[in-house]
Design a protein around this ligand. Structure first.
Ligand SMILES: Nc1nc2c(ncn2[C@@H]2O[C@H](COP(=O)(O)OP(=O)(O)OP(=O)(O)O)[C@@H](O)[C@H]2O)c(=O)[nH]1
Ligand SMILES: [Mg+2]
Length: 305
């Protein structure tokens, strides 16, 4: 293919929390770039992954889930998602298809905040109806696929399973076709735009999400305070900020159990990621009411503006 036909551009991955956006990003890249948990509102930043091939470079932008929750942090998460959409060449909506087949009532609530914006889109739109692996009888999905095609006639609907990497190829072909003709923007071997320190803080946050119950994970933020690479070993100090005094002991757990487990899991993953020995220390600090403190959240890199 001649150079003039090389395509390159940005795909915004939008959708309700827990739909599988981050799983989709990782599936396309064949490597973990974004953290994934069974809890909603895991992603808090725009996380980009770069998929290069001889004829194209697709830059996927994962976003926080679109929700209707209150609070300053939730507002910032929404701003990040919409801001990402504004910078995209092509729009991808990721939905949990299995959820709407099992609980049709969830559909309207999830779709409402996206409905008009997607309908008025002038750019190409794909709708990834995800988690089809949950159905043995695929025909169960058909009414949902038809409903979405009717709701958004401007969109191309693809049933997929990000987890099993099923159905991703046709959607990728469609995305590529709708990207602008352009030279690549990043070197071919670059997988992400995310700095490694941010990735490390995310890995710690993922383990906190997995380990902690109820509202606790939502009141935790992670910042890397020290990063010292001796060549032989990387010494990392991460601070876990909690928003209330009472949360500190809950995050630490009885005899430090929670923190120990989070530390062990995170260190294992960081060692694999960095292909280096890692010494990880976790500290819990109270930052009263940080989830309502916009300037602090900016410092943590949580704001897109
Ligand atoms: N069965 C099944 N589960 C999936 C699939 N894709 C994602 N999941 C699961 O759905 C949950 C949420 O996945 P995420 O990728 O974190 O979802 P997200 O849309 O990024 O969520 P937020 O960051 O919270 O907005 C995780 O438990 C995933 O393992 C899929 O294709 N099939
Ligand atoms: Mg996510």
């Amino acid at each position: 293919m001649s150079n003039t036909e090389h395509r390159c551009g940005w795909v915004a991955m939008m959708g309700p929390p827990n739909a599988g956006k981050s799983t989709m990003l990782n599936a396309y890249l064949g490597q973990k770039v974004a953290i994934v948990t069974p809890k909603p509102q895991t992603t808090r930043n725009q996380v980009s992954g770069i998929l290069s091939s001889p004829d194209s470079q697709v830059i996927f932008m994962d976003t926080p889930g679109i929700h209707q929750l209150r609070g300053k942090m939730n507002k910032i998460l929404l701003q990040t998602a919409w801001h990402t959409l504004s910078g995209a060449d092509v729009v991808m909506v990721v939905l949990d298809g299995s959820l709407y087949v099992d609980r049709p009532g969830a559909f309207d609530k999830d779709i409402e905040p996206l409905k008009e914006a997607i309908l008025n889109e002038k750019r190409a739109v794909v709708v990834a109806v995800n988690k089809v692996d949950k159905f043995r009888d695929k025909a169960k999905m058909l009414p949902l696929l038809e409903k979405l095609s009717a709701l958004w006639p401007n969109a191309e609907v693809f049933p997929v399973s990000a987890m099993r990497r099923d159905g991703l190829e046709p959607m990728l072909e469609y995305l590529k076709k709708h990207l602008p003709v352009s030279e690549k923007l990043y070197p071919e071997d670059q997988l992400s735009t995310v700095p490694v320190r941010f990735m490390a803080s995310e890995v710690v946050r993922e383990k906190l999400f997995m380990e902690l119950r109820q509202e606790l994970p939502y009141n935790c933020a992670v910042e890397i305070e020290k990063w010292d690479d001796t060549g032989e070993r990387v010494f990392v100090n991460a601070v876990i900020y909690v928003s209330r005094k009472s949360h500190k002991s809950m995050v630490i757990g009885k005899q430090g159990q929670n923190l120990k487990k989070v530390g062990t899991e995170a260190r294992k993953e960081l060692q694999e990621m960095l292909r280096q020995k890692v010494h990880l220390e976790l500290w819990v600090k109270v930052r009263e009411g940080w989830t309502e403190d916009v300037s602090f959240m900016r410092l943590l890199g949580l704001s897109s503006s």
